[in-house]
Design a protein around this ligand. Sequence first.
Ligand code: ZN
Length: 488
Amino acid sequence: MRRLSVTAVVLVLAIVGTAAQPQRTARADSAEAATAKRFAAIRNDPLALLAFLREMPKGGDLHNHLSGAVYAEKFLRWGADDKLCLATTAIAIVACDGKTPQVPLADVMENQSTYSALYNQAIDALSMRHWPETVNGHDHFFQAFAKFGSTSSKTGEMLADVTSRAAAERVSYLELMLTPAGTAAFAASQNVAWDATIPLTQLLPQVRDRIMDGGKFSAAVKAEALDRLTKAEARRRDLLKCGTPAEDAGCGVTVRYIAQVGRGGALAQVFALMLAGFELASAATPVVSLNLVQAEDDPNALGNFRLHMSMLDFLHARYPTVPITLHAGELTEGLVPPDALRFHIRESVVNGHAARIGHGVDIFNEDDPFALLRDMAAKKVLVEIALSSNDHILGVKGKRHPLRMYLQHGVPVTLVTDDMGVARSSHTQEYLKAVEEQDLDYPTLKRMVRNSIEYAFADSATKARLKSDLESALTAFERLQSARAPKS
Ligand SMILES: [Zn+2]
């Protein structure tokens, strides 16, 4: 009876659906199963696994700070091209002013026999390479950013670099974090007093009106962001020879931007940066969202956390279509007092209106974490998982990392690189960690890849194209892998 009814269902499906559809699905299913089988067979063979993961289409990277994505060697090369110096005590790229002991970077790059030790020391200072366990990883990580020299003039070079590498690792979409209109936002915040004696319900509209200054703020942030991003995109196309027969595969990588809001600054400045992010993401610009950045344990970030969420709550009501992603729960026991671990993720989701959160590492220190997990699963709040970053900055990895708990509770997740240049990581390395340290299987990795496009903030037409491209790439990948799968 059972066999008969199954046959009947299959027959009905074949009649109702198109004739070709079930056949194609069945073939895809068997290729997926064979790929999962091959994955299971090689998962303990590090080199075969690396080759598999490198070749696997990975969709997008939704949490990627542009300057942090660049390897130190590039900053040193660009510094030499721009006639900058290397400060030999602080080990940082600086203007050549002779005020501190320094060597022209061009000399360092050209006389490797003399300067190889200094060159290597510089790479270590600008990244987590050879980071000694005796040095606090959190501080070494955040201090590295101050040593790059000025990055704003190199946006095009950085774009070319990260998109070229993304394509080589089969990543087709990047949401890159940068501060696209920092000058305009900073200038506008300078004339605004933050009067804490005024109730927030009056203060926030008042500060917003003052910063907006009619239409002046909106025009200024759009002009600054579009000027910088248009020039950078043109430079990227030039460097990658896009549109020529010699074009780099990086030309095919779709890029959108997320406006950074430095959360450690003065309140008026934080508000102005948020407002700039909302203005840009609600206008016709490639900026799609905003995110609070800088160490979550910074004293200002901690002290003003709830106030920052109130600012977002206020602005979200005025720009309800702008999606928000927030670094939340990038904390761990001992880094901050226990009270600070109890509410950041929930507040970010509830009051900050975050559609996605970055890290979410300390979720089991939140009040009623299981209710929060249920809520995040129901609302489909995606967690951007950054395994290398969490290990370096927080010392959280392996079983102490909550990735598997998010998966078990049905909270959507995806793998991200955060600052792969500083971390000396790559898209592939993050997948490798997910397998080796988190014990994930192929179907879970594939689900995370699909989430990286499903939860992207790009417009719906772009997402539809990216999704279709990803499915084609996955189908081709699985056919290739199934041909290599064990036969038994
Ligand atoms: Zn981040």
